[in-house]
Every structure is written in structure tokens, then in C-alpha cells.
Design a protein around this ligand. Structure first.
Ligand code: AMP
Length: 287
């Protein structure tokens, strides 16, 4: 496995792989890798022949006062991790490599981005879609892998690729959780021992919601109230708790068919997100 820091080196390596007709897989990350990222890399290794993992803490998707400066940067251990999972190339550019001059061109998906995380993080998705477009143009993969953990991001990226006819497939992989149910996240590192215990309220709330739906509850507001009460017990500060359409992200008054149950909660200073997909045609399972 090779680690490169420049766009030119990525292009060279991918060109070499293409000459021998390798299928290119791409896993974009911000590093501080954990088993959630591992599952994406594993799937990419299974489905493609040459796997590129990017590690870049993208400044344009962080708002003022967010955790850009303290976001964990652990390239050495990340490299060992990627190698173990069978990646072929790490692309770890500097901010200057990705943004050598003022960025005047932005990619933005409308409608989907002014809801859920977009409300409290204005500009976040514009940063995400722009960096993903840049990375897609650099790596030119056949398939890019994203996690359902960032459910809104997955939807926005899918939509961007479809709307702009980008020549790659997007695969969304299931959420990987700790043994007790907490969704794995690089930001879990910020949690103190007490906060780590309280952070479980996100998963407890989602599980309770699923159970109520299984028992026949379909009223969106009642389900949201149940989740809010559980989060309050652990003193989580709610950013949002929403039950929305899986395609439009519009709030659902009644759960009829498919629904995304999504939440963002501050545990102490750390903002955590989690979600489940409900599919009443199959059993309402946690993904
Ligand atoms: P990040 O490094 O947080 O930007 O995440 C990079 C990719 O890994 C994104 O597509 C995330 O959705 C995905 N990811 C992060 N955490 C998890 C998880 N617990 N399970 C599955 N995918 C994840």
C-alpha cells in the first residue's frame, strides 16, 4: 500500500491500475479511522480491484466555532488500519493541495440540504458536495462507498451524482455500532467516561422508536415525543429528532411505508448523529 499526498500521484497510480483493467473503488474519509470506515474499505476491497482511501479533514464543511482544529488527525495509525483492510492507496492531501487558491466554484444540491443537519450546519453540505466532486474528479473511481451513518450526506451525494451525471456508482453501507449500540464515530473520542454512557441515549431512543412502530404506533409526533423523553433522561441537548421521508427528507406526520428516523444530539460539547431506516414492507429493522 502506498501513501501519496498530491493529486498528480493519485492520477498516476490510478492510471497504472486502469492500464491493467482494474476496477477502482474509492472510500472518502476524514481519517481517525474506526470499524465503520473499515466496513466501507472491506466492501470496496471485495467489489473492486484497486481501492483508494482519501484522508482529508475538509475545512469547507466545518462552520465557524465547529471542531475543525481539534478534529483528530492520526495518519500513522490510519495507514496501518487501511493496510490491514487491504486498501491499495491512501490519498492524504494538505488543505493547500485541495484548495490552492480561493474556491470560486461550488457544487450545491438544493432542497435536501436545508433540513436536518443542514439547519444547524449552514454551508456544511455545500462543503461536502464540493469536496466530493473534487475527489471524484481526481480519483475517477468506478464505485465510491459511503456510510448510512451520515444518512443525509448519503442521500445528497447520491442525488448530486444522479443530477450531474457523474460517471460512478455510489454504494451506501450499513451503520457499524459498538457492542452496546453506539454508532461508531471519530467524534466518540471526544466523550468523557460519563458522556460515553449518556451517549447511548441516541441508540436507546431509536430502538424505542422502532419498538413502538413494531407495536403499531404510526403517529410521527408521538414517536418523536418518546425519543425526546429518553434523550432528556440522559441530559442530551437535542438539535433535532425527526421522522422524514427517505427521499425528500420532508417530515412525516404518519409512518406509512418507508421512513428515516434521524437525530442529532449534543452530549456535553460533542454533537452526535444517528439514524435508522424503517421499512414497513419488510420488518422495521435497524440499519
Ligand atoms: P468521516 O470520516 O466521518 O467523514 O466518514 C467517512 C465515511 O465513513 C462516511 O461515508 C461515513 O458515513 C462513514 N462512516 C462513519 N462512521 C460510520 C459507521 N459507524 N458505520 C458506517 N459508516 C460510517
Amino acid at each position: 500500500m502506498e501513501i501519496v499526498h498530491t493529486i498528480e500521484h493519485v492520477r498516476q497510480a490510478v492510471r497504472q491500475a486502469r492500464i491493467v483493467e482494474k476496477k477502482i473503488g474509492f472510500v472518502p474519509t476524514m481519517g481517525s479511522l474506526h470499524a465503520g470506515h473499515g466496513s466501507l474499505i472491506e466492501t470496496a476491497v471485495r467489489e473492486t480491484d484497486f481501492v483508494v482511501v482519501s484522508i482529508f479533514v475538509n475545512p469547507t464543511q466545518f462552520g465557524p466555532g465547529e471542531d475543525l482544529d481539534k478534529y483528530p488527525r492520526t495518519l500513522e495509525t490510519d495507514a496501518v488500519f487501511c493496510e490491514k483492510f487491504g486498501a491499495d492507496l491512501i490519498f492524504a492531501p494538505s488543505a493547500d493541495e485541495m484548495y490552492p487558491s480561493e474556491q470560486l466554484t461550488w457544487v450545491q444540491t438544493e432542497q435536501l440540504i436545508d433540513k436536518l443537519c443542514g439547519t444547524s450546519r449552514p454551508g456544511h453540505f455545500r462543503g461536502v458536495t464540493t469536496i466530493c466532486t473534487k475527489l471524484f474528479n481526481i480519483v475517477q473511481a468506478d464505485i465510491a462507498y459511503f456510510g448510512q451513518k451520515d444518512g443525509q450526506q448519503a442521500l445528497v451525494i447520491r442525488r448530486m451524482v444522479r443530477d450531474l451525471n457523474m460517471p460512478l456508482e455510489i454504494r451506501i453501507c450499513p451503520i457499524v455500532r459498538e457492542a452496546d449500540g453506539l454508532a461508531m464515530s471519530s467524534r466518540n473520542r471526544y466523550l468523557s467516561a460519563d458522556e460515553r454512557k449518556r451517549a447511548l441515549c441516541l441508540y436507546k431512543a431509536l430502538t424505542a422508536c422502532r419498538e413502538e412502530i413494531t407495536a403499531g404506533q404510526r403517529d410521527g409526533e408521538m414517536l418523536i415525543d418518546t425519543m425526546k423523553a429518553i434523550i432528556a433522561q440522559d441530559r442530551g441537548q437535542i438539535d433535532y429528532v425527526s421522522i422524514v421521508d427517505t427521499e425528500t427528507l420532508e417530515p412525516l406526520k404518519t409512518v406509512t411505508d418507508r421512513a428515516l428516523v434521524a437525530l442529532a444530539v449534543h452530549i456535553g460539547p460533542t454533537r452526535l448523529i444517528d439514524n435508522i431506516l424503517i421499512d414497513l414492507n419488510n420488518s422495521p429493522n435497524i440499519v
